[in-house]
Design a protein. Structure first.
Length: 173
């Protein structure tokens, strides 16, 4: 991993992203401004906040989404996490996190940015920070059976139209 390649990939993704919602335009500009002032802003060590990589994992027919009951957050959320050594791009990080947290091999990443979110959180740094989350659409192969990892309290498929109460998941129509 290089801070430069991750930074470049995040900047390219956000620059190319053309969100439809007005508030997403504001978030896009804020994230680009953040990256403009934080050359190491894709790394966990950047305590004021950092880019994170999330995966909206859909079933092969996109009728279900795979969610994790996150032990620290206490809600059903998408899979994902920090960029790590070996991730050349933020998309690489999202795919790696999806495979690690789902136990499903052969996931397919859809090119481009699916969406973005910002979350105040106390992550593994142990201090309050902000996750500037870049979201990617990932599709599971037919018959995919998730296997819960140690990073999750629970892991399961949810119908897109019936997400659990309190779920914090961005689903783009």
């Amino acid at each position: 991993m290089s801070a430069e390649s991750l930074h470049a990939s995040a900047t390219e993704l956000l620059t190319a992203w053309k969100p439809e919602a007005r508030h997403d335009h504001s978030l896009r500009e804020a994230m680009l401004a953040f990256l403009g002032s934080a050359p190491r802003g894709c790394l966990r060590e950047h305590a004021p906040g950092h880019i994170t990589a999330s995966a909206i994992v859909f079933s092969h027919d996109r009728s279900e989404v795979l969610l994790t009951l996150h032990p620290r957050v206490g809600r059903w959320i998408q899979l994902g996490g920090h960029c790590e050594p070996g991730d050349e791009t933020v998309a690489d990080a999202a795919l790696r996190e999806a495979v690690e947290e789902s136990g499903i091999p052969d996931l397919v990443l859809t090119p481009g940015l699916y969406g973005a979110q910002a979350h105040p959180i106390t992550c593994s740094l142990g201090v309050p920070t902000r996750h500037l989350d870049l979201l990617f659409e990932i599709v599971a192969p037919p018959g995919a059976v998730p296997v819960r990892s140690a990073e999750s309290t629970d892991l399961r498929w949810w119908p897109v139209s019936e997400l659990p109460a309190g779920a914090d998941v961005l689903l783009v129509p």
